[in-house]
Design a protein around this ligand. Structure first.
Ligand code: GN1
Ligand code: MG
Length: 374
């Protein structure tokens, strides 16, 4: 673990009492550095301290505004409906003594703190249908509760985050520059990406752009961003860095990407990457129970497209970073980003060959909620 030399300087800015000797790295995020700290004042919750990646997040004050806006909206809705515990079911950020919810230290680094909810767990790989169902309910409810928050209020944290044409443009640039002489090695993956382009341009079509509503979405719906309680029930959605205005289908697709893959996101053994379709069914069932109240027919039709697009887009992003010399994602080995690319492309292959089955499930679950006029 990298030592944080000015840990006291940082933690003493926030309105909380932490035991700085308890600092431990936490989680498996690819972008920020996260640490857990014990609470000196009592035992109801601990704290998470995060160093925010400024290379990725260019305007941290505005990103923090987005996060605080979403948190306030969710907490207010819980209080008003009298359903749920806003302390335990919505993230809580810790303010600094001077007011903002972040601190820029003497080296120019940005830090923030939030409550760490004890008696909760996250999973990188889903183990049971019940977990997948809970994940679906949690993300469906998250979107449903944000339905009445105007997307116009949201700052675009990372411009064109899910614009596949722009992402492909970045990849083309990286191939052209080939600064690290990696193009030849990655040629089979580049070829696979090129061969699949046409099937991935659904969200670029004028018809979709004119009909699909833009909503406030999470944009990083990996299963490990759902906290489950010790009974296995979804308790809280975390990692609100990329909450912004986008299409619902991207959140659905990114969740499926991590939930139904029998292998890891960076699985080396490609034959271990298969689809666990019962987990797809369970996620979709849970999701529709909550999202059934707001989804329109266009959105419903777009969900399967999101399922196919998101692993493809991740492959494009991982490969671009590999060709650019690994400046965006944290890596654990020299070829990590290439390995991630291969794993996502293998997942895409599996998804493409089961797309019809998955689509049927989506419609079957939607029918239960009168989303389809039969
Ligand atoms: C990054 O750091 P983490 O794991 O929360 C990335 C997501 C990717 C994900 C892939 C801001 O999220 O977009 O889906 O890695 N976050 C950003 O695992 O780029
Ligand atoms: Mg994230």
């Amino acid at each position: 673990m990298k030592r944080i030399k000015n840990l006291f300087e940082i933690t003493s800015q926030f309105k909380c009492h932490v035991d700085i000797s308890s600092l431990k790295p936490y989680g498996t995020g690819h972008i920020n550095d996260t640490y857990r700290l014990k609470n000196l004042a009592g035992d109801e919750h601990d704290y998470l301290l995060q160093k925010i990646n400024q290379h990725v997040f260019k305007d941290i004050p505005r990103m923090t505004e987005n996060i605080c806006r979403v948190i306030a909206h969710l907490k207010k809705k819980m209080v008003m409906s009298g359903k749920g515990d806003p302390e335990k079911e919505v993230m809580t950020m810790v303010a600094t003594k001077s007011g903002p919810y972040f601190y820029q230290d003497s080296h120019g680094e940005y830090w923030r703190m939030c409550h760490f909810l004890k008696h909760t767990k996250t999973y990188d790989v889903v183990e049971t249908e019940k977990q997948a169902y809970e994940g679906g309910k949690a993300f469906g409810k998250f979107q449903a509760m944000l339905c009445d928050l105007s997307p116009d209020l949201m700052y675009e944290v990372i411009p064109d985050f899910h614009d596949i044409e722009k992402r492909l443009g970045q990849l083309a640039q990286a191939i052209h520059t080939d600064s690290y002489h990696r193009v030849q090695e990655a040629w089979p993956e580049i070829k696979t990406i090129q061969d699949n382009i046409q099937a991935m341009l659904f969200f670029q079509e004028d018809e979709q752009r004119l009909t699909l509503p833009i909503r406030v979405t999470h944009n990083d719906t990996k299963f490990n961003n759902v906290l489950l309680n010790l009974k296995g029930k979804a308790q809280c959605i975390i990692d609100l860095d990329t909450v912004m205005a986008d299409y619902i289908a991207y959140d659905f697709g990114d969740a499926i990407r991590t939930i139904i893959n029998t292998g890891a996101e960076d699985e080396k053994e490609l034959s271990d990457i298969r689809l666990n379709l019962p987990l797809f069914n369970a996620y979709t069932k849970g999701y529709m129970q909550e999202a059934g109240q707001f989804l329109d027919e266009w959105e419903l039709r777009s969900l399967i497209k999101g399922v196919l697009l998101l692993p493809y887009m991740q492959a494009v992003r991982f490969l671009t970073d590999y060709l650019n010399g690994d400046t965006y994602y944290k890596i654990e080995s020299a070829q990590h980003n290439l390995q991630r690319t291969r794993a996502q492309l293998q997942l895409l292959k599996e998804l493409l060959s089961h797309a019809q089955e998955m689509e049927k499930t989506i419609y079957k679950e939607a029918e239960k909620h009168q989303l389809i006029k039969s």
